[in-house]
Design a protein around this ligand. Structure first.
Ligand code: ADP
Ligand code: MG
Ligand code: MG
Length: 210
């Protein structure tokens, strides 16, 4: 018998797919200013590939699902983001491996471990002007608050605010990683596209859960 899959997982995937499709032009515009202009298209392509397998994916155990997402992302997204997300998803999958029905605390730890895997692979930390400026502060909020605390949605909202604050903070600095690091002070005032993408998919998950 197939495991009864949590409808919140499917809803979250659907919202993320839709949101990344809608954000394509916006994210590409940012990457045109500070990189090579492919981020929106790359993420939208990955989202569409996930969408085409949604039925099968939504029935998988969370660890298996995250491994499948990693494989799809590695195959379809490309670029720096594709490699980093694929690695992060794989690490997140490993943290859920032995857990039958992950709860909020488990998902929070999976996000945190995935973010730290990205930091390791990308050799980057907060303030370098990367996706980590959004991802690490959001994960810190989610991992700090006990999963038993009542209001999960409020917590996710605070995590998104921390991510947005991280994007704003890093927008005012030069980059130390990726293509934007070649541009020096010319990137100041423009949000990092990868960090903005993190805000986009976190907000989509919140919509799905709300
Ligand atoms: P590229 O086209 O340069 O290969 P993408 O367009 O796929 O890269 O992704 C660009 C985003 O990747 C950046 O906006 C940044 O958020 C993120 N990024 C770049 N380098 C790193 C790194 N070393 N560690 C973490 N994130 C990075
Ligand atoms: Mg790019
Ligand atoms: Mg590229």
């Amino acid at each position: 018998v197939a495991p009864a899959s949590d409808p919140r997982i499917r809803a979250s995937l659907q919202q993320v797919i839709d949101a990344l499709g809608e954000a394509e032009t916006y994210l590409t515009g940012l990457d045109q200013q500070v990189g090579d202009g492919d981020l929106g298209l790359n993420l939208a392509r990955g989202a569409a590939a996930i969408g085409s397998e949604l039925d099968a994916l939504a029935g998988q155990h969370p660890a298996e699902l995250l491994r499948s997402l990693s494989a799809i992302v590695r195959r379809t997204v490309g670029g720096t983001s594709g490699a980093l997300y694929a690695a992060g998803l794989l690490r997140a999958a490993a943290t859920l491996q032995a857990i039958d029905a992950p709860g909020r605390g488990d998902w929070s730890r999976a996000l945190g471990e995935g973010a730290r895997a990205i930091a390791q692979l990308g050799d980057a930390r907060i303030g370098d002007r990367t996706m980590l400026d959004a991802l690490l502060p959001a994960a810190a909020v989610l991992e700090a608050e006990p999963s038993s605390s009542g209001d999960g949605l409020g917590r996710l909202g605070r995590a998104i605010e921390a991510a947005q604050q991280g994007v704003r903070d890093s927008s005012s600095t030069a980059s130390r990683r990726g293509r934007s690091s070649y541009l020096g002070a010319r990137v100041v005032g423009v949000a990092d596209p990868g960090a903005e993408a993190v805000v986009v998919w976190l907000q989509a998950i919140r919509r799905a859960l709300g």
